[in-house]
Design a protein around this ligand. Sequence first.
Ligand code: NA7
Length: 539
Amino acid sequence: MSESKIDAVIVGAGFGGMYMLHRLRGLGISAVVLEQADDVGGTWYWNRYPGARCDVESMQYSYSFSPELQQSWHWSERFASQPEILRYAAHVADTLDLRRDIRFETQVTSARYDEASGLWTVETDRGDRITALYCIMATGCLSSAKLPEIAGRDSFGGATYHTGHWPHDGVDFSGKRVAVIGTGSSAIQAIPVIARQAAHLTVFQRTPNFSIPSRNAPMDDDYESWWKSDYEAHRAKARMMRTGILYGLNEKSALEVTPEEREAEYEARWAKGGTAFMGAFSDLITNRAANDTAAEFVRNKIRGLVKDPKVAEILAPKGYPIGTKRICVDTEYFETFNQPNVTLVDVREAPIEAITPRGVRTAAGEVEVDAIVFATGFDAMTGALTRIDIRGRGGLGLAEKWAGGPRTYLGLMTAGFPNMFMITGPGSPSVLSNMIVSIEQHVDWLSDCLAHLRARGLTTIEATQSAEEDWVAHGNEVADRTLYPQAASWYMGANVPGKPRVFMPYIGGVGVYREKCAEIAARGYEGFRLSATGARPAA
Ligand code: NA7
C-alpha cells in the first residue's frame, strides 16, 4: 500500500496518456501515469494478433507535435504493422524520457471525487492510493476486449485466444485445426495469415463486412519525401478533414454522375486501396441510394474474387449501408476463401449453439478444432471507463450515470465529475477519425484549459448539465442525418448484449469539432463551470 499526492493522475500509457504526460510536464503540473501493461503502446501493446496493422497510412498515423520526431522517424510500409507502431511508441517514450513517470503493471480499480477537498482518490490493484486534483482518463476506445456469451465457452479443451489479448511470444498454428469467431477488422486481418499456417481454418461469420484492399507496400521514397518536405502544412490540412486524414474527397454526389463515371471513380479508389474509398462521393454516408452504388460495387468485387458463388454471396454484405459498420482494410481476405483448407460457416444460417470440449457446435453440427480465436471485438468507447469504479459528486457512479448510454460535453467531460477528463471520450470524433489527430487535439485543448485555470488561480472545471444535454442532443441530431444509425455496429453499442443503442462517437467531423472546441475555449470555456477547489458550483 502506498499513499501519495500529485497534481494529475493519467490512466493509460497509450498514445493519449503519453502525450498528456509530456504536455503536463511542460506546464509544470506533476503527473503519474498508471498503466496495466508492462510497457507503453495501449491498444498496440495488446493487439498482437497475426496481421495486425493500422488502417490509417503510416505517414499520417504518428504524432505531429514534434518536428524532430516526425522528421526523424522512418516508416517502412504504407500501412504500419503493429510491431512497428509499438516500436514507434517505445521510441517516443525513450526520446521524451516518459517511463520514469509511468507505473506499469498497475491497474486502476477506482477513482472517487471528494467534494470537500475537490480532490480525486485513485486506487489500484497494487494497493496504491493516489490523491490528485485532476484525473485524466486516457483509457482508449477499443481496449476492453469482449468474449462472446456462448454456452460452454470455458469448456473447450484446446487453446483459446482473443485478438485483443494476444500472447506476446506469438502463436504457431502450423498443423492445427483453427476456428476464428468473428469477421470484423481484426479477423479480416488475421484470417489470411492464420490460413497460411493452419492445417484447416473454419471461420464463423455472423455479419459479413465490407473490406477494401489495403494495397500495402514498402514505403515509397517519393511519397515519404512529399510528406516530410512540408509535414506541417499537410498535417494542418488533415486536422480540418472530416476524419482527420488527408485524402482526396470528391465533392460530387454519386447520383449526379453517369454510371460510367461512377464506376471509374470506384475502380480508381479500389485500385489505390484503403479507406479513402469512402471519399469517392460526397454523399455516401448520408444518402442511401448513393451508398447503394458503392455497396454494390464492393459486392461485385467480392463476387469476382471468391470462386465459389455460394461462399461469395455469404461474404457479400447486405442489409446495411457500406461504411456504417467500420469499413475494413485487408490483404487478400476474400481470396483466402478460395484456399482448400478454409471453410466459411454462416452463423446466421446455422447459429452457434455451444462451445464444446472439442470445438464449436452450430445448428449444422460440430466442428472439431485444436484452437479457437475469438475475434469478437470490444466493449467499445465506454467499457474501459465503466469497468473502473468511477464516482463523482454525491458518490454517483459513472456506469450508473451512463446506464442509458454515455453522456458527455464534447467527449471531454461529464457533468457531476469535476476535473475528470476523457481523452477521445464518447461524444468526440475519436473512433471515426485518425485517433492520433484526435488525441493531440484533446490533449492540446486540455493542456490550454489547465493553463487557463492556473493563470486565474482556479482549480476546478466541470461541464454543466445543460451544456451536456445540448451536446448529446446535437450529437444525436448530426448522427441522424447520416446512415450510421442504420447498422447494428459497435459505434451503436450493438455488439454488447444489453448495452443501450446510442450512437457514441461525434460524427460532425474532426475539423468542425476542432473549431467548436476552440470557440468554446475562446468564450471562456462556455458550458463549463470554473471555480476554486472544493467549491460547489452554483446551480
Ligand atoms: P469488431 O469489429 O467488433 O468485430 C467483432 C466480430 O465478432 C464481428 O464480426 C461480430 O459479429 C463477431 N461476433 C461478436 N460476438 C459474436 C458471437 N457471439 N457470435 C458470432 N460472432 C460474434 O471487432 P474487431 O476487433 O474486429 O475490430 C474492432 C476495431 O478495432 C475495428 O473497427 C478497428 O477500429 C480496430 P457482428 O458484426 O456483431 O454480427
